[in-house]
Write a protein of this length. Structure first.
Lengths: 118, 118
DNA sequence: CTCATTCTACGAAGGACATCGTAGTTTGAC
DNA sequence: GTCAAACTACGATGTCCTTCGTAGAATGAG
């Protein structure tokens, strides 16, 4: 993991790539709120703080969902001052399951489009 | 309840293609047992009866898992005598989410291979 | 009709999950 | 040091999920 000096040094436990299980990834993404978070992260804007997301739940619940995503190996979280930055583990996921993440994101986009056209 | 019109053929409720939701599909596949069932169905042998699967749970539980898969729109179930035949809804899923099913199956196969090489 | 096979329905128990409120920790700024 | 901002930990609650056992219905064969 070799995190950079990361001011202060609170570190968060992330699963190693070989410990990422497909079932956990699918379960993490089966929640609409978490799927939305992942879609936002894949939007190209790089890392985002937890507070940058506009979710309809309290902060406690938000924390919970981010932890589920992190423990499933879907996102990477790093402290940066008082904020916690979130990034997609696209490299690891693509290496483990080639094409899966893109298919999932495309499916989610397609479904949203279909719903809007209704 | 009132007498079901199931004379000469019990029919089972399946979601219409436009009612299949990605979250439900992912949730259905996030269970190792159900993922295994889907992998078997994708194995090319076409339709299989519920009793053709060798799962480590009782029949009650097996019925439950098949129902979850059917209600999520992943499989199609049809009565045939005393047996209930199960088939993957590959056509519908491919139309809704192109490439998703193949990516998922490939990911599952890859994970199993990696586990065997350990 | 009787019977075995196959699957279902119902109820129950145990655990997991999503949600919240409150209290607390860490960090950076004043 | 004091304070606000961001996030976490803990406990609680209600809901859903998985599992099972038992009893029962539909079908086809004898």
């Amino acid at each position: 993991m070799t995190a950079p000096p990361a001011a202060g040094g609170r570190t968060l436990a992330h699963p190693a790539p070989e410990d990422i299980r497909l079932e956990d990834v699918l379960h993490a993404l089966s929640d609409p709120l978490r799927l939305g978070i992942v879609r936002d992260l894949a939007g190209g804007r790089g890392e985002l703080a937890c507070s940058d997301f506009d979710v309809p739940v309290t902060k406690s619940t938000t924390t919970h969902h981010f932890r589920v995503l992190r423990e499933a190996g879907v996102i990477r979280q790093v402290y940066r001052g008082t904020a916690k930055m979130n990034g997609l583990r696209r490299d690891d996921l693509d290496a483990l399951f080639p094409g899966l993440l893109d298919s999932l994101l495309a499916a989610a986009a397609r479904q949203e489009e279909r719903r809007a056209h209704d």
